[in-house]
Ligand binder design. Structure first.
Ligand code: ZN
Length: 270
């Protein structure tokens, strides 16, 4: 399995990151894509990827759009050359929390789309309560290779993204009986070759995990729990779904196949 989105630079992991990565591998999570959410965090994410032979993204989350300046794009462009940086993002629109004004969010979303297109990297996208504006921007800029990470929306939003050719990232939100119930139905409508799995650690701890982890911290080792929920919802064999979503992640991010000679590659147990 591959966890395509984990915020391993978060303070929640400061004290035991080697243990977190080891537990993930022991649980069959062969690799992790560490999410970058600011320039500084993206640099740290690349350092974590180097240290543990993982991958990372480089981008600025819409929450932080108002902190972007004339140096931001050059820094991200620099990071994009790092061999373990496999996508631009997380970037997009968040009209739920509105931590940055909408014009700032749109400006830096578009700037990062243009960067991704110019360096030929996929996009790791965040969209929350931003439908249909988000889809309009993606369409207008001719984005072809992108994932709508942590999809939590409704059917019309899902199909708008699928029509645009986006991959869909499913998190432990699907395990939330209060707000994720609709995803149990929608996940069946995601074509097999477009589904990716992620924990979004340390956030979104699956609510139905028993016992709940200490301090309710989510971590990549819990990806199999999400896999199980998706497999049950879509009535698919666990191993098949694990192999398929891992293959999708390798195709999407351009990762090496398991068994290749690349030093970065760990065996990808299902
Ligand atoms: Zn996000």
């Amino acid at each position: 399995m591959i966890d395509v989105g984990a915020n391993l630079t978060h303070a929640a992991f400061r004290d035991d990151l080697p243990g977190v990565v080891a537990r993930a591998r022991a649980a069959g999570v062969g690799t992790i894509v560490v999410t970058g959410t600011t320039v500084a965090e993206s640099r740290q994410a690349a350092a974590v990827a180097d240290r543990f032979e993982l991958y990372s993204t480089a981008g600025v989350h819409p929450h932080h759009a108002k902190e972007c300046d004339s140096m931001t794009l050059a820094a991200l462009r620099d990071l994009a050359r790092h061999p373990r940086v496999v996508a631009i993002g997380e970037c997009g629109l968040d009209f739920n929390r509105n931590y940055s004004p909408h014009p700032d969010q749109e400006k830096w979303f578009v700037a990062q789309i243009e960067l991704a297109l110019s360096v030929d990297k996929p996009l790791f996208l965040h969209s929350r309560d931003a439908h249909p504006r988000f889809a309009q921007i993606v369409k207008h800029h001719g984005v072809k290779n992108a994932v709508a990470h942590c999809f939590t929306g409704e059917r019309d939003e899902l199909h708008a993204y699928l029509d645009l050719g986006l991959y869909i990232g499913i998190t432990g939100w699907i395990c939330d009986e209060r707000r994720g119930r609709h995803l149990l139905e929608l996940v069946k409508e995601i074509p097999r070759e477009r589904l990716l799995l992620e924990t979004d650690s340390p956030y979104l701890t699956p609510r139905d995990m028993r016992p709940q982890p200490r301090a309710r911290r989510n971590e990549p080792a819990f990806l199999p729990h999400i896999l199980g929920a998706v497999a049950r919802a879509s009535a698919r064999p666990l191993e098949e779904l694990a192999a398929e979503t891992a293959r999708n992640a390798r195709v999407f991010f351009g990762l090496h196949e398991p068994g290749s000679s690349a030093a970065a590659q760990r065996p990808l147990a299902a």
